[in-house]
Design a protein around this ligand. Structure first.
Ligand SMILES: *[C@@H]1O[C@H](CO)[C@@H](O)[C@H](O)[C@H]1NC(C)=O
Ligand SMILES: *[C@@H]1O[C@H](CO)[C@@H](O)[C@H](O)[C@H]1NC(C)=O
Length: 145
């Protein structure tokens, strides 16, 4: 299931948190929690998702899957994995030759997968969408293995 939502990245509710993230949003109640913070050149995300399968987070120019820049992540046997993909149509996204997302950490327990990763706001890769500190559309999904 792919769901998309428009997020005012800069102005989303800032909930005081134990973590150092400045922005938090619940993309799906009880299931998909997203936090992020900016520095001058990068944006760092943390996804906490109720799944032990795959998580997907996409940045889309129009809220749809076509043209979306998608990060797929998962944890297997204690190791975290991340792939930078892009979607040219409503189909399984292709792997981007330029892997512009950097995995920082990842873990899972019996119910949740937590991944932390960052990317440059502008990767200079035509297959990545530039992220600016304004509204952007986020697409997300979870997939069980
Ligand atoms: C961000 O930019 C400000 C002002 O240009 C600078 O003082 C600061 O050191 C920069 N921070 C990082 C993490 O590059
Ligand atoms: C699993 O991780 C989630 C997210 O960090 C946390 O809220 C939950 O309490 C954890 N569950 C267990 C059983 O440790």
């Amino acid at each position: 299931m792919l769901v998309s939502t428009v997020l005012p990245l800069l102005f989303a509710l800032a909930i005081p948190s134990l973590a150092d993230f400045t922005h938090h949003v619940v993309l799906k109640d009880d299931v998909y929690f997203l936090s992020w913070k900016f520095d001058n050149e990068t944006i760092t995300f943390e996804t906490q998702v109720r799944t032990t399968g795959y998580i997907g987070l996409g940045f889309s120019p129009n809220g749809g899957m076509t043209g979306a820049d998608i990060v797929i992540g998962w944890v297997r046997d204690g190791a975290a994995y991340l792939k930078d993909r892009y979607a040219t149509a409503e189909q399984v996204p292709s792997i981007d030759e330029n892997q512009d997302v950097e995995l920082i950490s990842g873990s899972e327990n019996s119910t949740f997968t937590t991944l932390r990763f960052k990317r440059r706001l502008d990767t200079c890769d035509s297959k990545d969408n530039k992220i600016t500190q304004s509204t952007m559309r986020i697409t997300f999904c979870t997939m069980e293995t």
